[in-house]
Write a new protein. Structure first.
Length: 257
């Protein structure tokens, strides 16, 4: 089976083919291989874990309405999540432990950021959650119904667009260190800013389609059971990005009212 590229760093081009070639004391028994249902269940577990820690940072902020009260939790979640993500990518067999840990850490970040936005724009958090999961289920149904075909051209386009977005964010971050605000219109709530956010949300959503395709490829390759956790981790990475971009888009729209 030919592998299709994905821009998700957790689900690289050779992820499943490399794992399938690993030796674990002989051929992998059918009962020890990853399954689609198993991956779905693991993804659900990660989402629940993220919800638990998100609820904690949310409640901490809502008690004080002071960002400083959750600054430590946000720092631990952001940097801890990044470190655990890299560990998971390079040590895929550790995913049954590191993937849940990643979800817990990211929950700290998501809960804190959501609470801060909620305090400024009441109702925005539930809107962002609804839009994110609505997009997830809509794309999953479209993918399963073969309404979206994952071709190499499709994957290359999503990959290029995602790379461009990441380079833009990196350049913006570097310029920010020198207090240079060269992208005020992109970050603003005008037509350009909202249009840019819509574009980024669309690309983040299309990455989910590539993730679905890679999970199917993992099942087809007969990857070992721990890859259910790793695949769920990969989907979680995309969902975190999609949710944050939804939050950003909705905040721009809300600020115009």
């Amino acid at each position: 089976m030919a592998l299709i590229k994905t821009s998700n760093p957790a689900l690289g081009q050779n992820t499943y083919s490399d794992v399938a070639r690993m030796q674990y004391g002989g051929a992998i028994d059918a009962t020890a291989r990853m399954t689609l249902n198993g991956t779905v269940n693991k993804t659900g577990i990660l989402l629940l874990l993220a919800l638990l820690t998100a609820a904690y940072t949310w409640s901490q902020f809502m008690q004080t309405h002071n960002p400083a009260s959750i600054a430590g939790l946000l720092t631990i979640g952001a940097f801890g999540g990044l470190v655990v993500a890299f560990v998971t990518i390079f040590k895929k067999q550790w995913a049954p432990i590191t993937a849940p840990l990643y979800a817990l850490l990211e929950g700290l970040v998501l809960g804190g950021i959501s609470a801060i936005f909620e305090a400024r724009y009441p109702g925005i958090a539930i809107q962002a959650v609804g839009c994110t999961f609505g997009t997830l289920f809509a794309l999953l149904l479209a993918y399963r119904a073969h309404l979206i075909r994952v071709t190499r051209t499709f994957a290359l386009g999503v990959f290029a667009a995602t790379g461009g977005i990441m380079l833009f964010y990196f350049a913006e971050m570097i310029l920010g260190f020198f207090h240079i605000n060269a992208f005020a219109s992109v970050n603003g709530n005008g037509a350009i800013g909202i249009g840019f956010s819509l574009f980024v949300v669309a690309i983040a959503a299309l990455n989910l389609v590539l993730d679905f395709n890679f999970v199917e490829q993992g099942v087809a390759y007969g990857a070992p059971k721990f890859m259910e956790w790793y695949s769920a981790f990969g989907i979680m990475v995309t969902l975190v990005w999609l949710y944050l971009e939804m939050l950003r888009l909705l905040s721009k729209i809300s600020s115009r009212r």
